[in-house]
Write a protein that binds this ligand. Structure first.
Ligand SMILES: [Cu+2]
Length: 138
């Protein structure tokens, strides 16, 4: 009986220790507070650009796309120019609807499980004019 008790106790202690290690891992792995960024659609100078056209973000961050100048604009993620050429992910990040009014816009939140890498997007009506941007997820 004594032997059984001491074996049970050592199993218990091992389990508690394992739980502590696991919970500590999740606490330290949990990311800092998600950040929010703004990308202007249409440059301050009236050019057909995203401003900034390159932005470093982390999974969980949010990017607000706001009409600045020369609407209409939208944001389409290029499924041939994101990690894994993931069509479903490109579609879920994209915002097909045209934004017509300065100050209007929409949010794009980078999924927590988004793979790191470069995500290229464009404005559909102004792509050929060079209205292309990039989120660098890291
Ligand atoms: Cu545009």
């Amino acid at each position: 009986m004594k032997l059984f008790n001491s074996a049970a106790r050592s199993i218990c202690l091992t389990l508690v220790a394992a739980l502590l290690v696991i919970s500590n891992f999740f606490l330290s792995a949990s990311p800092a507070v998600a950040a929010s960024y703004t990308v202007k659609m249409g440059g301050d100078n009236g050019m057909l650009v995203f401003q900034p056209d390159k932005l470093n973000v982390k999974p969980g961050d949010t990017v607000q796309f706001v009409v600045n100048k020369v609407p209409p604009h939208n944001v389409i993620f290029d499924d041939t120019a994101i990690p894994g050429k993931n069509k479903a992910l490109a579609k879920s990040l994209s915002h097909q609807n045209m934004e017509m009014t300065p100050g209007s816009g929409f949010e794009v939140t980078i999924p927590k499980d988004a793979p790191a890498g470069e995500y290229t997007y464009f404005c559909a009506p102004h792509r050929s004019a060079g209205m292309v941007g990039k989120l660098i997820v890291g």
